[in-house]
Design a protein around this ligand. Structure first.
Ligand code: GDP
Ligand code: GDP
Length: 438
């Protein structure tokens, strides 16, 4: 069920970002529609053939920073520990360096599957360039070109094949618990635990741990006003023995996985701190997940009127690009706004998962084309023949026709808005995809 996680490791300039971009390119399209988003390029999802995966770029390691002490607490260590397999990039043109050797020794200690990728080999003799990297003692290197894509898909297949299949043995079966699955995400201290306790009320609930993962999200089925929910608790609230205990170790990967399992994501921010870059990173990932999205600014109770005006301004400024999601101003501590949050969750769930008929889709498409003709491309007008629904949560509208891969972004956005309005697709990304030919 869970996607395998691949960590990219290597010294600076070997081509990690280039490889990262290539591995996550398929999904970039969703996020590309949100130009305001400062996107953290450290995490992404992607697909090669039928294999979907999550990629984490651990940043450049010089090889001198690999002392156990300095790294044990670090992000790199956490990312590698949470991954299922490692791509270790080296530069085929530079040859093996002492830093490569230091990194090899370091990652060997994790006992994870490692694939050495000898990059920048386009136009070169692969056997010659990769030979010396056997000396790293990490198995057979694969020669690739991040820039050109040579052998990249093969490398992914090779690594995924060697990953252990641990994730299947979950104690919580999503299918056995109908209802709305809600993931509450946010950086540490924004009030996730407080909100989760508030949402669950005083009910006695059974929490399901997810064994076999280091990421510890907890799944809590509950009911409210006759509606069944499963709350996906990334803060680990319901595991704590004492209220004062703080067990959360913030993990972006945990949030990504929680969002994958959810229908609706509640993204919590801290009104007393404003919107931070880490919030925007999480928000980018929430958009990329394609799930329904509800935003909540917490700790509203503690703000004076100046602070409130300031954060409203900030919301307008920094989040204007994500106009489809509703923002709630709440106090998890006092419970104000939490009822409305539930209303939004239900509404967004319905919008994101409700079927629409092909006939209705095509009626809307025809009208949209009548109102605004598709533009000319290379002197010929784009022809959109018909549409069908490719999926839900998020709704995907597949439009068939000629040369549609050339459709300019503004027209695509126009169609997105038309469909969103026609079917009340609120609080969810709407994906317009074009199929050429047919
Ligand atoms: P990072 O520091 O490891 O993330 O490396 P980058 O992805 O930023 O790449 C460093 C440099 O290597 C850039 O100038 C890239 O254009 C170049 N580069 C990356 N991949 C390739 C490749 O496959 N072939 C060649 N020739 N250059 C590459
Ligand atoms: P988490 O790390 O995201 O789970 O955050 P917590 O729920 O542990 O909350 C962090 C701190 O913020 C705690 O001291 C909470 O009491 C406080 N807090 C949470 N929600 C609110 C709120 O609505 N108003 C105020 N004033 N404080 C809050």
């Amino acid at each position: 069920m869970s996607k395998p996680i691949i960590a990219l490791v290597g010294r600076p300039n070997v081509g990690k970002s280039t490889l990262f971009n290539r591995l996550t390119k398929t999904r970039d399209a969703i996020v590309a529609d949100f130009p305001g988003l400062t996107r953290d390029r450290q995490y992404g999802t992607g697909k090669v053939g039928s294999s979907e995966y999550i990629v984490v770029d651990t940043g450049g390691l010089s090889g001198e920073d690999l002392g156990v002490d300095s790294l044990m607490a670090g992000q790199v260590q956490q990312a590698i520990a949470e991954s299922h397999g490692i791509f270790f990039l080296v530069d085929g043109r530079a040859g093996i360096t002492p830093a490569d050797e230091a990194i090899a020794n370091y990652i060997r200690g994790f006992g994870k599957p490692v694939q050495v990728l000898v990059n920048k080999t386009e136009g070169c003799n692969l056997a010659v360039l990769t030979a010396e990297f056997y000396a790293l003692g990490l198995g057979e290197p694969i020669g690739i070109s991040s820039a050109h894509g040579d052998n990249v898909a093969e490398a992914v297949d090779e690594l995924i094949e060697r990953m252990p299949e641990t994730e299947e043995q979950q104690s919580f079966d999503l299918d056995e618990h109908p209802g709305i699955r809600v993931a509450v995400i946010g950086r540490p201290n924004v009030g996730k635990s407080t909100l989760i306790n508030r949402m669950l009320g005083e009910d006695r609930v059974v929490a399901f741990d997810m064994p076999g993962t280091t990421r510890d999200s907890i799944y809590v089925p509950f009911e409210r006003d006759g509606q069944a929910y499963t709350l996906i608790d990334t803060a680990g609230v319901r595991r704590r023995k004492k209220v004062s205990e703080k067990i959360e170790k913030f993990s972006v990967l945990k949030a990504i996985e929680a969002m994958q399992d959810a229908h609706v994501v509640v993204m919590l921010m801290d009104g007393s701190e404003g919107i931070t870059d880490q919030d925007l990173t999480l928000l980018g990932l929430a958009i990329e997940s394609g799930r329904g999205l509800v935003l909540a600014v917490n700790k509203w109770d503690g703000l004076d009127s100046d602070q409130r005006a300031k954060i409203k301004h900030e919301l307008d400024l920094r989040l204007q690009f994500i106009s489809y999601a509703k923002t709630h101003l709440i106090s998890a501590l006092h419970g104000s706004g939490v009822g409305d949050l539930f209303s939004s969750i239900k509404k967004v769930y319905r919008a994101a998962t409700q079927k629409v008929s092909t006939a209705d889709l095509n009626r809307v498409l025809e009208q949209a084309i009548l109102d605004h003709q598709p533009p000319l491309v290379g002197g010929r007008r784009l022809k959109m023949r018909y549409a069908h629904l490719g999926g839900l949560n998020p709704p995907r509208v597949i439009i068939h026709g000629n040369k549609l891969d050339k459709t300019p972004a503004p027209y695509k956005r126009y169609l997105e808005n038309v469909f969103r309005k026609a079917f009340k697709w609120e609080g969810t990304p709407v994906m317009i995809e074009f199929k050429v030919g047919e």
